[in-house]
Design a protein around this ligand. Sequence first.
Ligand code: MGD
Ligand code: MGD
Ligand code: SF4
Ligand code: MO
Length: 759
Amino acid sequence: MSRTALRICPLCEATCGLTLTIEGTRVSGARGDRDDVFSQGFICPKGASFGAADSDPDRLRVPLVRQDGELREATWEEAFDAVAAGIRPIVERYGPHAVGVVLGNPNVHTMAGALYPPVLLAGLRTHSIFTASTLDQMPKHVSSGLLFGDAGAIPVPDLDRTDHLLLIGANPLESNGSLCTAPDFPGKLKALKARGGTLTVIDPRRTRTARLADRHVAVRPGTDALLLAAMAYVLFEEDLVDLGGLAPHVQGVDELASSVRDFTPEAVADACDVEPDTIRALARELAAAPTAAVYGRIGSCTVPHGTLASWLVDVLNVLTGNLDRPGGALFPLSATDRTPRPAGPGHGFALGRWHSRVSRHPEAKGELPIAALAEEIDTATDEGSPVRAVIAVAANPVLSAPDGDRLDKALGSLDFMVSVDPYLNETSRHAHVVLPPPPPSQAPHFDFAFNTLAVRNQVRYTRAAVPLEAGRMAETEILARLVLAVTDWGLPRSSAAESPGKHGADPAAVDVLVIGQTLGKAVTEAHSPVHGRDPGELARQLTGQSGPERRLDMMLRLGPYGDGFGARPDGLSLEKLLAHPHGIDLGPLQPRLPQPLKTVSGKVELLPQPIADDLPRLRQTLSERADGLVLVGRRHLRSNNSWLHNVPALTGGSNRCTLHIHPDDAERLGLADGVPVRVKGAGGAVITPVEVTDGIRRGVVSLPHGWGHDRPGTRMSHAALDPGVNVNQLLDGSLLDPLSGNAVLNGVPVVVAPLDTPR
Ligand SMILES: Nc1nc2c(c(=O)[nH]1)N[C@H]1C(S)=C(S)[C@@H](COP(=O)(O)OP(=O)(O)OC[C@H]3O[C@@H](n4cnc5c(=O)[nH]c(N)nc54)[C@H](O)[C@@H]3O)O[C@H]1N2
Ligand SMILES: Nc1nc2c(c(=O)[nH]1)N[C@H]1C(S)=C(S)[C@@H](COP(=O)(O)OP(=O)(O)OC[C@H]3O[C@@H](n4cnc5c(=O)[nH]c(N)nc54)[C@H](O)[C@@H]3O)O[C@H]1N2
Ligand code: SF4
Ligand SMILES: [Mo]
């Protein structure tokens, strides 16, 4: 007897609705949910392999605890006892910063990852916070923080309505999009062309996305900030600047004009390796389009001028009047956004409120660069303690961050480490305790993060498709218990004070506290629909089967579409959402300015001081032109960062860890297709086969990330059969975008050479 159940796909940012086929408790199939209000039946090969990923036999079923150097199966109670006994003495002895928290990418794909890490961090009060954001989009957060006063206010391209899309360093035909949640991104690009719109792609590789484009510009890696600055220059020079309705909300246009004066198309052409005429055409096309959206992603962020490039993306949207207008780039309004406060000046965005201990990197958005994690562990200084314990949740930095070998050693030297992870992999193998979450079929799903980045406002919730297996613990409960085990956050001294930590307490206490705090604050806010009401009475109205569900109900009801606990009876609540299993459409993106702005001026601050201060560094690169090979990354549709290589259905074929190289470069170096080569960078060398292809520009080579599954002590049996190499071993972790602390992962100098011919 099989049945079906709905489940939002957690495998990439597109958040497609899936219809799962379930035999007993096993997911035997997945297809797109045709009635899903957002994805309307779209699915990709990863979603179609949901069942295989879900039932991977290498997934851990019970906690592991290290005893006499060996990881052994243990009970949950033993595991949390070990966590409390491992972390608490370190905080007491060395202070909170000696505990590092490492949060990886899947945290934005789980409810647990949205709801509990903020509580964990508030309780620990550590500055040693490292996340995948500094391998990814931190430059965008910083540019949004500076431009709009809110690091979370990220405009997304209005894919369904734009006339002209300029994509920079993004390959949505493989990635399905990022910082732009759009099920069937490829279909939306085709629809754009079918309605007469134009697509321009800037990418050193002729990607599947670039092959769809009307114009593809194969820029030299790392030089987008120059190219975009020159486009801004052309807009001013040719009098194409037209803010339209934005004008009253923007300050600093004249200052901006003079700041880009040196970046003429002729001045940047050599560095970018793009003809001045092409740059002028890019600017003119952008200005001439009835509506247009500029969108930059990984290739524009993970580079030495990532913040400047991210800033220029929105500068171009502003200068052409496309920010905050239909068809341009708009701010989504998610159902769980806090009730928008009235427009007006805010506190602005501060950078560098504290610094990392070893290299004095400034914090950004409360985080330190993950590229500095290894040195924060393995290097002593006069000031403060090194990181001696690590709490890693859904993170595999040994493969995803620079210089994995150094980090590998550093993690191995810790006094204590706990990983919340379903796999024993390159990173979790160092843990003293591994806490495995259940597979996704056994977890409910709500996209707290991606709804704030979606190309259409909508809301969907799916409960667990399969009941929690005996002996399993929900990840929400794992993280709530972790909070109780290692912090005293907001809790009265427990009566069981003799036992280390409070992990014996009811994990629901964490949700009760969060609900109490949130409602307690909401009733004091004049703009809140619950202003002046009794928080206790509101809390009693919450519905849901669990603490996390009650928190979701609270957020929906307080949110911009919410029922306001009765103030707007037609509004959203958990109950209403459950009555709409395929989701509720909340309409296309709407202009929202000036409300989202939280700058001190209450306006879009077009030339913020930290940006102005960073421009001389960009100007310096006008005269630089490296001649050697540089490395860029790439993604494959059937891969996902470092952890899907264990699913046989998704590996093989063209999904391989090879070095792409242009035929001319291959010939010059004497390399035939398929031969192994040595690639050397500042952090080390790897040996990998070459794949000769004219899909990459001359002077650039490409290796995908997330490979290198050949370390001992891991349990990913399929991945280990074809381990590939860790591209991030080519990096030494010293190259960062200074404003954001983001690691430079693209445009990195490397040397490629044939292996010594064997005797
Ligand atoms: N060279 C290079 N390096 C890169 C990139 C690049 O483009 N080039 N991209 C960077 C980017 S954008 C990112 S986001 C990072 C990603 O790097 P990480 O944040 O390290 O993420 P993943 O590699 O996806 O590893 C995710 C971990 O979470 C575990 N996991 C999977 N599902 C769950 C779950 O439901 N719960 C929990 N608790 N754990 C789970 C997996 O087993 C794995 O250990 O890599 C970065 N590294
Ligand atoms: N299939 C699959 N999907 C994924 C992931 C995955 O690993 N696999 N990872 C997910 C994650 S965590 C993220 S963050 C997103 C990322 O989503 P995308 O940003 O779309 O990621 P990529 O496919 O790596 O595309 C980046 C492009 O930038 C180009 N590039 C490199 N350097 C430069 C440069 O200097 N300038 C310009 N203009 N381009 C450059 C590369 O050639 C590449 O084509 O994808 C998500 N979706
Ligand atoms: S596009 Fe992303 S969300 Fe949609 S099915 Fe594929 S992996 Fe899942
Ligand atoms: Mo990412």
